[in-house]
Design a protein around this ligand. Structure first.
Ligand code: AMP
Length: 356
């Protein structure tokens, strides 16, 4: 396919802040966006040309949406197989449905990345209560029980410090299909964020050092310190193998633990990622712009740093009330997602600070 001409419409599945920032980047390049999301209020739809409110299982509505746009992409991953097949029958879906199906299932993701030579935490599949006991016997404790699907920001997870905590952990995840992962002793967490164009060209951003609080990303810093810098190349090589194996088009994120065992793969997201929000001001071309460029068949932009150091802090819950103070410092860039009430654990915005 040749590049989509300006004025074409990009369909985005998902109505949150990632869709909002994608739609802003698309508008800059002359494209229109059509958001598909189930919520009554969509912060992405507020900045897009069109919006369909529909459920992710409404195959007829998804077909009509896909047929009305020039390419479909997504910012939300938990969509079932049949609706995805329907979408791909009506439109080009980028990144591919295969990438999304692997990334939405922790077991498929770990198997796929392991088969490509990636190092993961020791893990075992847990389909029922007996298999949890067998997994604990095989992996030991401490360990983390994670639902295969629908987990994000530390949700759908239970820590098991001793074998006798198996029952409460199983109850905590409501007995859903899961994996048990051995605890990784790591020094730092980081991500590889890359964009792959239709012609296979790959551009990487600097690997951000990521700090999580209560399972939610709190802070990303680039350039990362020496521990991450020493392991970034190996992690990038693995990420490139994943992208190539999937003939991936768009932005792809892989999260890693850095420590004495080398980079340990944790999970992947077939999309733009919170740990890449710093790229809006902190890189020559942002993750959002390069995702749009990639899925529209355009050449990618330069991903190098635009400052000596960049820090991105999430504004979670009532932290958003400090927004006024943040702007008192002229090197801060404030992004608010327009979500209204700052409920606990909710990502309300972020602030990026450039150190020139
Ligand atoms: P996840 O939803 O898999 O990204 O997990 C959320 C956070 O929990 C990660 O960013 C880590 O800080 C921590 N975590 C997840 N898995 C492990 C593990 N196997 N060992 C140690 N910490 C982990």
């Amino acid at each position: 396919m040749s590049a989509l001409p300006p004025g074409s419409t990009i369909g985005i599945l998902g109505g949150g802040q990632l869709g909002r920032m994608l739609a802003v980047a698309a508008a800059q390049l002359g494209y229109r966006c059509h958001i598909y999301a189930p919520e009554a209020v969509s912060v992405a739809a507020e900045v897009a040309a069109e919006w369909t409110r529909g459920s992710y299982d409404d195959i007829a509505a998804l077909r009509a949406f896909a047929a009305s746009v020039d390419v479909v992409t997504y910012e939300f991953e938990n969509i079932h197989h049949a609706p995805l097949v329907a979408l791909s029958e009506e439109a080009i879906v980028r990144p591919s449905v295969q990438a999304l199906e692997i990334a939405q299932d922790r077991e498929a993701e770990k198997s796929f990345v392991g088969a490509l030579g990636g190092r993961t935490a020791p893990w075992a599949s847990v389909g029922n209560r007996e298999e949890l006991d067998a997994a604990i016997a095989a992996i030991g404790t401490p360990a983390i029980l994670k639902t295969r699907r629908l987990g994000y920001d530390g949700k759908g997870q239970a820590r098991i410090m001793k074998a006798d905590e198996a029952s409460p952990a199983w109850t905590a995840i409501a007995g859903q299909p899961a994996i048990l992962e051995g605890f990784v002793r790591f020094d730092r967490e980081f991500s590889v964020i890359l964009a792959r164009a239709v012609d296979g060209e790959i551009h990487y951003w600097d690997c951000p050092d990521n700090v999580h609080e209560h399972g939610i990303l709190a802070l990303s810093t680039v350039p990362a310190g020496p521990i991450v810098a020493a392991q970034a190349e190996e992690a990038r090589t693995l990420a490139a193998k994943v992208a190539e194996a999937l003939d991936y088009v768009g932005v792809l994120t892989l999260e890693f633990f850095a420590g004495k065992d080398g980079p340990v793969f944790n999970e992947m997201a077939p999309r733009v990622h919170n740990s890449g929000h710093w790229t809006i001001e902190g890189a020559i071309t942002s993750q959002f712009e390069n995702h749009i460029r990639a899925i529209c068949g355009l050449p990618l932009g330069d991903t190098r740093l635009a400052a000596a150091k960049v820090e991105m802090r999430n504004l979670i819950g009532d932290e958003v009330e400090d927004a006024g103070k943040i702007l008192a410092d002229p090197s801060n860039h404030l992004h608010l997602y327009g979500k209204g009430e700052g409920r606990p654990g909710r990502k309300m915005g972020h602030v990026t600070r450039l150190f020139l």
